[in-house]
Design a protein around this ligand. Structure first.
Ligand code: HEM
Length: 401
């Protein structure tokens, strides 16, 4: 398992084990992977809760725990209470944020329009149509600009009016460029399993050490200090809690930026890649036809466009970003999951890549991109029970609308 984690094929390795053995697979003496709706409900939503494991500590910034990395339930509840109102529909759809997002989308479209063509590549494998565990490759510019777009949107929500403008170039653009070409996964894996080897790995692979991370911390620090912030931002809410201290506030903001850039940028990348396939030409036309019925100025809501939402749901089903299998500890006393007694403190997890594919009754031809499946009433409940792109329960993604 450690080997597959290190070389970046853990997700596929786990998936192949599930294909072979079914919904329950023992990955290591103290670790079990699940893939059923009943297991998701038990592990991620049951009362009392299964705590996150120390794996999440790898993502702490200078030892400051934030919403994503908090392991203790009480600490997590307090943090969530403090900032949850920043992620309600009313807050996220605030007119100033909508204007900022629209302006960013227009900047992105301008960059695409200025280049003659944009190529989007993903690597193929013999096992799957697309081998996701290997990092997909887009032309530098298109991969970069999707990540720029994601950063600009998230930073607008957090620091408005001091959000980044990385699509246009300059130092914000350089920051994303440095972040995008840095791969810290192998070093993180070593830090988790063999902390004493991490220094050696960094020494042997100096080109992987990132300037981007430092630039991002510097940006978050200066944006946090740049006043005034608009009253609907995360920065404003955090500044109302001076007991937190500047370092904690910056850590919290970095958490949300980090959680938003790769996930949103990669999801958009896969959506565009799917639609760019020649066999999806009719689907693009259907999307265009539907969008032409939409008028933002008249207050039409994007979430009421069924075909657009089906395309997004299908992209998130096939290509949910993120590679963590969301590990949790079984609580004291042990629990029965999918008919197996699992002792206390065993690590249990589920990964969306498998959960979204394994049950062919719920997702027929599950490796294929078929947005139309989301428009059918039949099987809708079963599909919803298996949606895991944003996690589920108390620790579900706060950025999900
Ligand atoms: C396509 C986009 C996204 C995907 C697929 C995604 C996925 C996820 C997942 C799977 C989790 C749960 C992790 C776990 O249980 O271990 C999570 C948590 C989280 N996400 Fe997202 N995310 C996305 C976008 C965003 C955005 C845009 C933001 C913020 C602006 C964000 C902020 C967070 C935070 C703060 C948490 C921790 C929540 C908690 O523990 O209470 N995410 N996300």
């Amino acid at each position: 398992m450690v080997y597959h984690d290190f070389i970046g094929t853990k997700r596929l390795w786990i998936h192949n084990l599930h294909l072979r053995y079914g919904c329950v697979v023992r990955l290591a003496p103290n670790e079990v992977s699940f893939a059923s709706a009943t297991a998701l409900k038990e592990i991620y939503t049951s009362a009392g809760g299964y705590a996150k494991t120390e794996l999440y500590s790898l993502f702490t910034k200078d030892d400051h725990r934030n919403l994503f990395t908090a392991l203790d339930k009480k600490e997590h509840n307090e943090k969530k209470k403090r900032l949850a109102d920043r992620y309600t529909n009313t807050a996220v759809l605030h007119p100033s944020i909508q204007t900022a997002l629209r302006e960013r989308a227009e900047a992105f479209a301008r960059v695409c329009g200025d280049s003659k063509s944009t190529d989007i590549y993903v690597r193929e494998s013999s096992t799957f149509r697309v081998f996701l565990s290997v990092r997909y490759i887009m032309t530098p510019s298109s991969q970069l600009y999707l990540h720029c777009y994601a950063l600009d949107c998230v930073s607008a929500m957090i620091f408005h009016p001091h959000g980044t403008k990385s699509i246009e170039g300059g130092s914000d653009h350089e920051m994303v460029r440095n972040l995008s070409y840095h791969d810290s996964r192998s070093a993180l894996v070593l830090r988790h399993y063999y902390p004493w080897l991490e220094g050696l790995y960094k020494f042997l692979t100096p080109e992987r050490s990132s300037k981007g991370g430092k630039f991002l911390v510097d940006y978050a620090r200066s944006a946090m200090r740049a006043t005034p912030h608009s009253d609907f931002t995360l920065a404003t809410r955090l500044l109302q809690h001076p007991e937190m201290g500047m370092a904690d506030m910056v850590s919290e903001c970095l958490d949300h930026i980090g959680a938003g850039i790769d996930t949103t940028g990669d999801a958009l990348c896969f959506l565009m890649w799917e639609l760019s396939q020649p066999h999806n030409a009719k689907r693009i036309q259907q999307l265009i036809d539907e969008l032409q019925t939409y008028d933002l100025e008249q207050g039409d809501r994007l979430d009421l466009l069924p075909y657009l939402n089906a395309v997004i749901d299908e992209t998130m089903r096939l290509w949910a970003p993120g590679t963590l299998p969301l590990p949790r500890y079984v609580p004291d006393g042990g629990r029965v999951i999918d008919g197996y007694y699992i002792p206390a403190h065993t690590i249990v997890s589920a990964q969306s890549f498998t959960v979204h594919r394994l049950d062919q009754m719920v997702f027929p031809e599950s490796d294929k991109f078929v947005p139309e499946r989301w428009l059918e009433d039949e099987g809708s409940i079963e599909r919803q029970r298996l949606i895991f792109a944003f996690g589920s329960g108390a620790r579900t993604c706060i950025g999900k609308l």
